[in-house]
Design a binder for this molecule. Structure first.
Ligand code: NAD
Length: 354
């Protein structure tokens, strides 16, 4: 097949890890006979420097015309001054909105060889295999804001339609997995959460009757995630709760550098990125873990291009590499770490057709 993929390296370690995601895609293209046309564009801080706009019109046009977008990470101290007029993050929020990607999928799976290297007990994390579906374009991050010298407010609002569409993404995912959905809200306090619970209950009952549904309050969910993480299959939640809980959940896997994400809307086009940021503290050193980006490339193949076999080939290569002891510095635990490029090359070399 032929597909157009826009590549946004971004800032800090973004370009370093994206290079390895691209390497994996190119290897898949070569092995399976696909033509991936890759277009690199400036986005984030580098786009502020080069174009005075974190999301230049040419970058947005390329993303809108693409089948999928692979993103590294954006941001850094250079663009973070409190009085900064242009911020990389504004570009990211705008890109998500322009692409209409309202569901953010974040799988968290603990690789058996890494169960001992997380901050939690191995018996708690062994066997964790869950997916968060975070609502991405509504809620408090997008509501009206006010600010004067002594007070501030951020409006949190959701429509039933916004909750319905993200529930359907989660319901379909649960049907393809272990048929269990956990919905997280704060319905004992928030009106938006009462609507959320009502809509999730209705949609799941009428459209996904074969999926078991449970509702948990967000404070209890934060606790259960580190107490009994293997109990979860698919988790759906609103924007801010998802933002916070997915970072907590990523630590089950051992490092921020290991986890991928996919942001999806109604069509096939999606935005794929590792869950970590631009890591200015290690940028330019060539030691960042590229696995989150490489696994994001696998999600891109599966969700936007319908290439499930090719996606599984990348995931298998990552698993084999970790099994054989391939470790970047963040997960090396005293062993000899490999560089970002060495890790990417080793994983690409392990991609096979069967
Ligand atoms: P971060 O995720 O960049 O880094 C947190 C810690 O994890 C750092 O110690 C870093 O070295 C480490 N880390 C992150 N990714 C790693 C990898 N692949 N391999 C090894 N170690 C890794 O978070 P932060 O330091 O809070 O934020 C830095 C910048 O990134 C900020 O400007 C922030 O706004 C931005 N950010 C961007 C995104 C995004 O692009 N979607 C997401 C989060 C943060």
């Amino acid at each position: 097949m032929m597909a157009n993929i826009t590549v946004l390296g971004g800032d800090g370690i973004g370009p370093e890890v994206t290079r390895e995601g691209v390497r994996a895609l190119q290897e898949v293209g070569r092995l399976f006979g696909h033509e991936f046309v890759l277009t690199e564009c400036d986005f984030g801080g580098i786009a502020i420097d080069n174009h005075n706009d974190p999301l230049p019109a040419t970058t947005l046009a390329s993303c809108l015309a693409a089948d999928a977008i692979l993103l590294g990470a954006i941001g850094g101290p250079k663009w973070s001054a409190p009085d900064a007029k242009l911020r990389p993050e504004t570009g990211l929020l705008r890109l998500r909105r322009e692409l209409g990607v309202y569901a953010n999928l974040r799988p968290v799976a603990v690789h058996p060889a890494l169960a001992d290297s997380t901050t939690l007990k191995a018996e708690v994390v062994r066997g964790v295999d869950l997916v968060f579906v975070r609502e991405l374009t509504g809620g408090i991050y997008f509501g009206a804001k006010t600010r004067d010298a002594d007070s501030a407010s951020d409006l949190c609002s959701y429509s039933a339609a916004e909750v319905e569409r993200v529930t359907r993404v989660a319901g379909r995912l649960a049907q393809a997995r272990r048929r269990k959905l956990t919905s997280i809200d704060k319905s004992n306090v928030l009106e938006t959460s009462r609507l959320w619970r009502e809509v999730v209950t209705r949609v799941m009952k009428s459209e996904f009757p074969d999926v078991a549904v449970e509702h948990i309050l967000v404070d209890a969910a934060a606790m259960h995630l580190i107490r009994r993480p293997t109990d979860f299959d698919v988790i759906v939640t609103e924007n801010m709760f998802g933002d916070i809980l997915t970072d907590e959940a990523s630590m089950l896997a051992g490092s921020l550098g290991l986890s991928p994400s996919a942001s999806l809307g109604d069509g096939k086009r999606g935005l794929y990125e590792p869950i970590h940021g631009s890591a200015p503290d290690i940028a330019g050193k060539g030691i960042a873990n590229p696995v989150g980006t490489i696994l994001s490339a696998a999600l891109l193949l599966r969700h936007s291009l319908g290439l499930a076999v090719e996606a599984a080939a990348i995931e298998r290569a990552v698993a084999t590499a970790l099994d054989r002891g391939l470790r970047t510095a963040d997960i090396a635990a005293g062993g000899r770490p490999v560089s970002t490029a060495e890790a990417g090359a080793a994983i690409a070399a392990l991609i096979t057709k069967v």
